[in-house]
Design a protein around this ligand. Structure first.
Ligand SMILES: [Zn+2]
Length: 313
């Protein structure tokens, strides 16, 4: 199953959400129901991600992704200095193997390739030979994708969510961010979103700032829930990026589903992409507890407002 059952999303559970329903409902039942609901959403997530990962498109994408190096920090700096807008960089022959050609006259980006060497050193006095090993660097040229032409690379980038529902949830998330001392801005301080159109937001814990790119309401709800997911993820520190992104996105998926918003079209490919570094289901299982705890915490905090007396409204 790759899409949420609307009845489930809009069913009795989300209708009850947020109301104190003092009559009949005791807190324990309610917590248990929520736990079951989160567990069932997790199952949908696992199945959805597995579905994408077994598709032909995804396999093709993986093959291509494996041809691109992760460059050392030094080389990343060299690339950015020479070609600030670089997004995907590879050598001449790698581009050829991907059925793309470097455009004639393109200026290569010079990076340093490590060259391990061995040298035999003879001790003149004793005649004993020793092998000395070391590393030198030689300059090699690489090219950005924008300097090449040919076949399109396969993409599994999640599409932007469309729709104008979720005004109320956005307001609550925004309010929660404020209570946490976080400022939500639509101004892209880092210029990340300009450079990479697939960027929808970011969270800067040090500056207590969340950036949400302006988009359709549903997409903005999803982005803000994702960034808050990072904020409330207690296991964030020291955790690898693919795990952090899986937690944040899964939390956004759960929180949105609680408010009747289906983010599967974005969430499933997003998690599938990050999880591709390892077996997808394995990553999700590994961070399940973090997803559950973070979702619970956020859902609790989002509902606080309802039990408070309203002064002005
Ligand atoms: Zn993220």
């Amino acid at each position: 199953m790759t899409s949420l059952n609307q009845n489930q999303v809009n069913g009795k559970f989300s209708c009850n959400r947020g109301h104190t329903d003092g009559a009949g409902h005791n807190t324990q039942d309610w917590q248990q129901e929520r736990q079951d609901r989160i567990a069932s959403l997790m199952q949908q997530l696992e199945q959805g991600v597995a579905g994408i990962q077994s598709s032909e498109d995804f396999k093709r994408w993986l093959k291509v992704a494996s041809r691109f190096h992760t460059y050392s920090l030094n080389n990343q700096v060299l690339i950015l200095m020479q070609f600030p807008t670089a997004t995907r960089v590879a050598g001449y022959r790698t581009w050829q193997s991907l059925k793309r050609q470097v455009v004639k006259g393109s200026k290569g980006i010079n990076i340093l390739a490590p060259q391990p060497f061995e040298r035999i050193i003879e001790d003149k006095a004793t005649g004993v030979e020793e092998v000395a090993r070391g590393i030198t660097f030689k300059t090699v040229s690489v090219f950005d994708i924008s300097q090449t032409e040919g076949e399109e690379l396969p993409s599994i980038a999640p599409g932007q969510l469309q729709g104008e529902e979720g005004v109320e949830l956005y307001r609550r998330l925004d309010d929660l961010a404020e209570r946490e001392g976080l400022k939500v801005t639509h101004y892209d301080l880092l210029g990340e979103a300009e450079q990479d159109p697939s960027y929808n937001g970011y969270y800067l814990p040090g500056s207590k700032l969340i950036y949400v790119k302006r988009a359709a309401q549903v997409q903005m709800v999803k982005t803000l829930a994702h960034e808050l997911g990072h904020h409330f993820d207690a296991g964030r520190e020291g955790s690898p990026r693919e795990e952090r992104e899986t937690v944040a996105e899964a939390v956004a998926f759960v929180v949105a589903a609680y408010y009747g918003i289906d983010t599967t079209a974005y969430t499933f490919p997003y998690v599938a992409g990050w999880a591709a570094k390892r077996e997808g289901a394995e990553i999700i299982k590994g961070v399940m507890t973090r997803i559950q705890q973070t979702s619970h915490r956020m859902l609790d905090l989002l509902e606080v407002k309802d039990t408070e007396p309203k002064l002005n409204e």
